[in-house]
Design a protein around this ligand. Structure first.
Ligand SMILES: *Cc1c(COP(=O)(O)O)cnc(C)c1O
Length: 746
């Protein structure tokens, strides 16, 4: 059957008469039908990637590409006066993730399927997902994001379990989303609550946090600033792993496996600490099957691997034993036994599972009971081994390894930047699709003026398209300087802002930049993270000031996209020229936004942090702009507690001028004085992520970037080198490393 014949079956009217909603429904039904026709590939051993988040983005186009029918569908639509772009517009993005960690899980699932490996994801089906960000009066507000209503790739699964939770039993319902590779279809198993009640939600994202049997799967990362919220998060974590564990054991049995050799049938990659309860839960279930607890622990240890994502102290999760008793009373004896064993062997309190305050240290629980502990970029793993987790590295040196993160080029090149993709195929052939390192063939064209000009033309077209997509009148001939990532003080959006304020003040003083600048932000802040929300407030106030001041707007615009997500990322990234990766050195484990932007020909302005270190090594000093304190210096400063922000404030005049501006009349006329004052105080009195010491170097380096930008051919050459060297950051490479070194599938 041809694609045209197939589609006809699923559309109520001829294509040219259909609405875009009808076309979306018809095409996605057709896609589901074609996926269902694929024969399942049998597999002996299977990967289970367990993650609280899967930030997968829209699926229509990637499924069409994976099925190999994208061109046919596009042509069919065009012939009927319709555009595939508009069809995609009718799709709602699944709201199942928050940031880099969730997007990594999505890229990994894509690569696992593309490499024809057997591997599924396990997570939760959050009805309202992460909140939807809405700006009101220059501030972030939060709304529910009911993405499931229109989602046609989410299918009801066949599994449902009874999960004992605290003093009740919860009933689960499996949903699945197919992950389509060229040769195989894997699955994302997302568990929902049979009894979930969406009407519980009152205003915004407020609801009764105590009614677990109704609220458990309503939102990702519910506000945990009170006790009920904390308990809810623990219930969610347990619900996820309890369902996952049952699914894994069931599948092992279905394949005729012996649970005593679970590791021959399953490998479980635990994404950060949220799914760590998988370990005691599996031990518990195996013990129930009649296996002794020692043997059960050994089986689980040989099956599970743990990925560490952060060294931020606040993110090293721990749960009071008292809370564990409420939520998972049956696991407490398991955890206590594991704790006793380790305390007998190791006296260092830093490696205890239950600490002196009777809290369960989730990372410690994982490290003792998994066969692999990996960091997500070279520098991050080094810091884990030699500083943050050194006490563990001394015990288990062989368990520590690095897996530098990656991104799927299918979404972050082919799909989001078709012009660049086509240019690459024209210039170096399509070998890079199977072997991403083949992008280096582009280096042979580094002096080819025509090639360089073409790169600039593609970038310009993407900038124009972005301008059409965004709600402001922006100057497509200005420099597009972009910082898109979660709002967090360690990522230092505030440093970017201090530069922009300084620029604004210079313009007001008559010192005009030689090139107009458009600074674009995209970021959500956690609803209870006050300072992060104050930073968003300041960005939005600067947006208003630069938009409405005719002395400034021709030279400087600040713009912040609402509800930054995968869909907007796919528009912003191809249009970016300067990629802001300015985290405080040692704090960004890897970053993956940096890789997406590099691949799309943006030049990195960054600190020597996370995967920026590897980008720097690959492209060399001439093709990246690095500034600021190195990780060693930062760790030393923290160690000595020697940093005093106020000293910089008082001795660097331009810095003082910018900081003072935050509460000046200009900003207070468009913003809220209290919020702005709170932010200013935080900076002067604390500045925990050390923006002030890096300010002067940042300003100087950023000015150098803008100055170098003007030599268009030299700039295009930098773009070319970045694209050519990005192959290393393909998640196909990362997944092959996981597989050959850890998972050993096939
Ligand atoms: C890639 C991505 C991120 C991660 O960005 P970082 O700069 O690495 O923090 C976050 N959100 C979305 C939507 C992304 O696509």
């Amino acid at each position: 059957m041809t694609v045209a014949e197939r589609l006809k079956k699923h559309c109520p009217k001829p294509i040219y008469d259909c609405t875009y909603r009808e076309l979306y429904a018809g095409i996605s039904q057709m896609v589901n039908e074609m996926i269902a026709e694929r024969k399942p590939e049998p597999c002996q051993k299977k990967l289970y990637y367990v993650s609280a988040e899967f930030l997968i983005g829209k699926l229509l186009v990637s499924n069409l590409l994976s099925l190999g029918i994208y061109d046919q569908v596009e042509r069919l639509l065009t012939e009927n006066g319709k555009s595939l772009n508009e069809v995609e517009g009718a799709e709602e993005e699944p709201s199942l993730g928050n940031g880099g960690l969730g997007r990594l899980a999505a890229c990994f699932m894509d690569s696992v399927a593309a490499l024809n490996l057997c591997g599924d994801g396990i997570g939760l089906c959050y009805r309202f997902g992460l909140f939807k960000q809405v700006f009101e009066e220059n501030r972030q507000t939060e709304q529910p994001n009911p993405w499931m209503d229109t989602s046609s790739f989410l299918e009801k699964g066949r599994r449902s379990y009874e999960i004992p939770c605290g003093d009740t039993v919860l009933h689960s319902r499996e949903y699945t989303i197919s992950v389509v590779g060229e040769k195989r279809v894997n699955a994302l198993h997302l568990f929902d609550l049979e009894t979930v009640d969406e009407t519980l939600v009152e205003e915004g994202i407020l609801y009764d946090k105590a009614q677990i049997e109704k609220n458990l799967t309503l939102f990702l990362y519910p506000d945990d600033s009170d006790e009920a919220g904390k308990l809810l998060r623990l219930y969610q974590q347990y619900f996820m792993v309890a369902n996952g564990a049952r699914l894994i054991l069931d599948e092992c049995r279905e394949r005729g496996g012996n649970l005593r050799r679970l590791y021959d049938y399953a490998v479980i990659q635990i994404n950060d600490t949220h799914p760590v309860l998988m370990i005691p839960e599996l031990i518990y279930l195996l013990v129930k099957e009649g296996i002794g607890i020692r043997e059960a622990t050994e089986i689980v240890k040989k099956t599970c691997a743990y990925t560490n994502h952060t060294i931020l102290a606040e993110a090293l999760e721990c749960w009071p034993l008292a809370m564990m008793r409420k939520v998972v009373p049956h696991l407490v004896p398991m955890i206590q036994v594991l704790d006793e064993w380790t305390k007998k062997k190791y006296s260092n309190p830093k490696v205890a599972i239950i600490d002196a305050d009777n809290r369960v240290q989730m990372a410690n629980l994982a490290i003792h009971n998994t066969f692999s502990i990996n960091g997500v970029a070279f520098l991050h793993t080094e810091i884990l081994k030699h500083s943050e987790l050194n006490h563990f590295y001394q015990i288990y040196p062989e368990r520590f390894n690095n897996k530098t993160n990656g991104i799927t080029f299918r979404r972050w090149l082919t799909q989001c930047n078709p012009d660049l993709d086509a240019f690459l195929c024209r210039t170096i052939g399509d070998r890079f699709r199977k072997d991403p390192s083949a992008l280096e063939d582009l280096l042979a064209h580094a002096k080819d003026k025509k090639v360089l000009e073409e790169l600039l033309i593609i970038k310009q077209a993407n900038k124009r398209r972005l301008c059409e997509y965004l709600p402001w009148e922006l100057n497509e001939n200005s420099i597009f300087d972009i910082q898109i990532k979660r709002l967090h003080e360690y990522k230092r959006q505030q440093l970017n802002l201090l530069y922009l304020i300084d620029r604004y003040l210079s313009i007001k003083a008559g010192k005009l930049p030689s090139m107009p600048i458009t600074a674009i932000f995209g970021a959500k802040a956690a609803p209870a993270y006050t300072i992060a929300k104050d930073i968003i407030h300041l960005i939005l106030c600067m947006q208003e000031l630069t938009e409405n001041d005719s002395e400034v707007s021709p030279y400087l615009r600040v713009a912040m996209v609402e509800n930054y997500n995968v869909t907007s990322a796919s528009r912003l990234i191809p249009a970016c020229e300067v990629s802001q990766q300015i985290s405080l050195a040692s704090k960004e484990a890897s970053g993956t936004g940096n890789m997406k932007l590099m691949l799309n020909g943006a030049i990195t302005l960054g600190t020597e942090d996370g995967a920026n270190v590897e980008i720097h090594r690959l492209v060399g000093d001439d093709n990246i702009y690095i500034f600021g304190a190195r990780a060693e210096t930062v760790l030393k400063r923290y160690g000595e507690k020697s940093y005093v922000a106020r000293e910089y404030y008082e001795t660097v005049p331009e810095l003082k001028r910018a900081v003072d501006f935050i509460t000046g009349d200009k900003l207070c006329s468009v913003g809220n004085r209290q919020c702005l004052k709170r932010l200013q105080n935080e900076l002067i009195e604390k500045d925990w992520f050390m923006t002030f010491p890096d300010f002067a170097a940042y300003k100087e380096t950023r000015n150098a970037v803008y100055s170098d930008y003007q030599d268009r051919m030299e700039w295009a050459k930098k773009m070319l080198v970045n694209i050519a060297m990005a192959g290393y950051f393909s998640s196909d490479r990362t997944i092959m490393e996981y597989n050959t070194q850890l998972w050993k599938l096939k």
